[in-house]
Design a protein around this ligand. Sequence first.
Ligand code: COS
Length: 385
Amino acid sequence: MDYFLSEDQLELRALARKVAIEKVKPVRAKHDRDSTFPWDMVEEFRKAGFFSVFIPEEYGGTGGGVLDLVIVTEELSRICGGISLAVAATALGTFPILLSGNDEQKERYLPDLVTGNKLAAFGLTEPDAGSDAGAIRTTAVRKGDKYILNGTKHFITNGSIAKIYTVIASTDPAKGSRGASAFIVEDGSPGFSYGKIEDKLGIRASKTSELIFEDCEIPAENIIGKEGQGFIVAMRTLDRSRPGVAAQALGIAQGAYDLALEYTTKRQQFGRSVSSFQAVQFMLADMAIQIEAARGLVYGASKMIDAGHNKIAKESAMCKVMASDVAMRVTTDAVQLFGGYGYMKDYPIEKFMRDAKITQIYEGTNQIQRSVIASNIIKEAAGKA
Ligand code: COS
């Protein structure tokens, strides 16, 4: 389908597709097998300018928006949904600064993020605060010109390899989500270390680790916004980053479908290509329909965000649910279409199914997304939205 992308966006898509095929494809199996972080690919993404595509020109970006980030993430994920995260997770960690940081913070941190010289990560989730993001226990106590952080974040994408972390901690635990605050924590801050590195089912080329704060000292000026605004900073961030997860899911689904289509037209059984059987044709058609429907929603939500709409929680959640559920169904069907070969690691298709699963879970499970959607449509129906 034609989404009437701008000339710049079409060029960006062509560049991302080229980098994905020429650079990412040859190394994706190795990074997946060894679970190594793709610094070689980060270098390629830096050269291609992918870290800059959603950052305003005044901070050295291209002035593109969420849709540009979606285009890059989709194309990279079409080849490897794990390697694409070096860019997408950096964007997640950058959004709090971009959306709610002050001028000094933007001037200090964005130049290194826009070039990809430093990667970023977002630290919200804790062992006992996943879906219930308001239940975080990491604390931040003001002492003179510093904040002292104590607690543990886990399942942090880009954890241990990022240099800049946007972290949500409680400055007033009695107030729950209204007592949360957002901070910028740099790698190497005193009392900041990394814990367990996770061994994962999929997205194995992406690092996921614990962040440990033990009397971690950061300058008081590293608070993003004011004390008590951290939960809103987190929610506004997730509203703008979830289309990126949706784009990752969309790319994974498209990549699996591409392989399944190619395979079923070549694979001969009963003296003919398996794609000549109606059972297979219907599966391919359903995959194509679902992918295009998901793309329409992802691009539509991204365009709303880029057009400056403020109330985007529902649409952002909708595109994330849709694309990730599609990715899981399409990749499972793609494995099925490969038959026994689909189950073997000699073929790239099983990796797509493993990579797809996380998109239904992280940046808010699809159950949480449905809660967000439901609460918004009920408020709208009552005329309160
Ligand atoms: N934008 C701006 N403000 C928002 C918001 C949004 N999208 N969503 C909620 N808020 C505000 C509310 O208006 C409310 O403000 P007041 O305190 O002034 O009334 C405040 O935030 C609390 O909202 P709410 O009562 O809805 O919070 P809940 O604790 O019920 O939690 C959910 C809401 C479940 C939506 C939230 O905890 C969530 O998103 N959880 C998933 C977290 C997640 O994605 N984790 C993945 C890890 S991060 S990679």
